[in-house]
Design a protein around this ligand. Structure first.
Ligand SMILES: [Zn+2]
Length: 184
């Protein structure tokens, strides 16, 4: 059995839980990188790190079965986020898919609007709800994607000039590449 992805805060840089979930691939551009949601344990580990489920090292075997739904959810997030970023209409089938995912798990919502899942299905529902909220709440949120790896993030920087998912990873690598180019 392969070791599950070891999630760190560097995987949670988007500023929105739906975008963080959409970023669960090594990179999105220039070509799709390795899938970090590579097992049920990676999936439950992600929800544990995200604070949506209690952390566990020993998830029930049924979590393997949730992987296809999780990847489908991620695909739909890519579609709705990309269509909105490109200034187009959100495709109805992708939005319907998010709505279906949202109703297939039980969550509780606290008075301040915090969504608390009750189960793995609920955690997927919580991510779907976050995605729906992201695209349905006007005005559009400033979603950008990293110049280097394509990960999404909310650009809340002054002047909207953030270019990297994280300075620690892509920002520094891009700077190093520029340094190499100018010294070769
Ligand atoms: Zn990046």
């Amino acid at each position: 059995m392969s070791t599950p992805t070891r999630w760190t805060d560097d995987h949670f840089v988007a500023g929105d839980i739906a975008l963080d979930f959409a970023n669960t691939v090594f990179r999105r551009t220039p070509e799709l990188g390795a899938d970090l949601l590579d097992s049920g344990r990676s999936l439950t580990g992600w929800f544990g790190h995200a604070g949506l489920l209690p952390p566990t090292d020993d998830p029930p075997a049924a979590t393997e079965g949730a992987l296809p739904a999780a990847r489908r959810l991620r695909d739909r997030l890519w579609v709705v986020v990309d269509s909105q970023r490109e200034g187009g209409e959100v495709p109805a089938d992708a939005l319907t898919g998010l709505l279906e995912q949202a109703r297939s798990g039980v969550v509780t919502v606290t008075a301040d609007g915090t969504v608390r899942p009750r189960s793995l299905a609920g955690a997927l529902a919580a991510v779907a709800l976050a995605g729906i909220r992201l695209v349905l709440t006007p005005p559009p949120r400033p979603v950008r994607s990293c110049d280097r790896c394509g990960w999404y993030f909310l650009d809340t920087s002054r002047g909207r000039r953030r270019r990297w998912c994280s300075m620690k990873t892509c920002g520094n690598q891009a700077k190093a590449a520029r340094f190499r180019d100018s010294h070769s």
